[in-house]
Design a protein around this ligand. Sequence first.
Ligand SMILES: [Zn+2]
Length: 291
Amino acid sequence: MTTKHPGPESNPFGFAKTSRAFLSYLDGFMDALVHRDRDTLIAEAGGPASVAAIAVDLVGGFCHAGPLASDRVAALIASVGSAFSHAYARGVRHFAILRDAHDPGTPEFDTFPPHCLASSDESQLVPELLGQLWVNAALDVPKNSLGAWVDDGPFRPWVTDIVARGVTTIVVAGDCTDLCVFHTAMGIRLWASATNRNVRIIVPANLVDTYDLPVDLAATIGAMPHDGNLLHATFLYHLRLNGIEVIRVRYRAGMRRVRHPAGRIAPATRWRSGHTSTQETGGVEEGDSRQ
Ligand SMILES: [Zn+2]
């Protein structure tokens, strides 16, 4: 059966109509993400020595200040800090912290406004995480692109080394789901596939997020819009399509699913705005009063 293509002069897509079934599937995909207990993940790996965890871009420039800062991304700080602290307490010692730390001449600034210049506060890990034991143990990975895998920095040799030494499970958390998280996880995934290495790569949906820039706001600042929830879900789907496990980490038995409150629209000078994620809340340790 052939379908007549309407040609380049007309819109051949009409997603609201033609992709309705897939969008419904995507809703179901997100609702059906399996909840896994964080201790179970360590046990399934064979113990903490076989687990590594990577925090992506929890830096000032994406959380607190600068043109790409986002309340929605900042909300990940407590969740990731708590999850990684728990992993450290259980004996995990392989951690890496990836940080945007740009050279002023990077072509990335043709696409995004200048941000996270190396040595600036924007490129530094957020202060809320400083002093946490997993941070002290982590490999520091400044990067000049969306994906540290293609940098000539320490990230790729580190992954290669820890896998050679028995790491079988790598958890990737942070931001943004469709940008640096995607490229980080996919870099490892493609390398593992190309070299026949059995590496279980996990992206917890409640430990990653992306920014939201509504169409109307984007128009006022001359930026490309970015539907945070849709792209978050689409790229989680795409990670799963590529063999990466997408789960929700369960922090403790009986934790209720809670929606983030709707947030304020960020100033027009901020590309990344909004706080309307449908993720679960995370990062609440047993006995922690932040509930
Ligand atoms: Zn960047």
